[in-house]
Design a protein around this ligand. Structure first.
Ligand SMILES: [Zn+2]
Length: 64
């Protein structure tokens, strides 16, 4: 026997619970060095800079 709900779940009750399930949009800022979109307070993955300083060595782009 599969477990069965004792009471009917009303539409409103289910919807009220799902009112907290919305996803938040990812905030993206522009890199001051290369202008590509990046996450705020994080190293740019395109040029490897943070606060104008080179912190990562980005390997040259692969050519297809
Ligand atoms: Zn950049």
């Amino acid at each position: 026997m599969t477990p069965l709900p004792k009471q009917k779940m009303t539409k409103a009750r289910g919807r009220k619970r799902r009112s907290h399930e919305a996803l938040t949009k990812v905030t993206l800022t522009e890199c001051p060095q290369c202008g590509s979109k990046k996450l705020p307070h994080q190293v740019c993955h395109t040029c490897g800079t943070y606060k104008g300083q080179q912190v990562l060595v980005i390997a040259a782009k692969k050519t297809k």
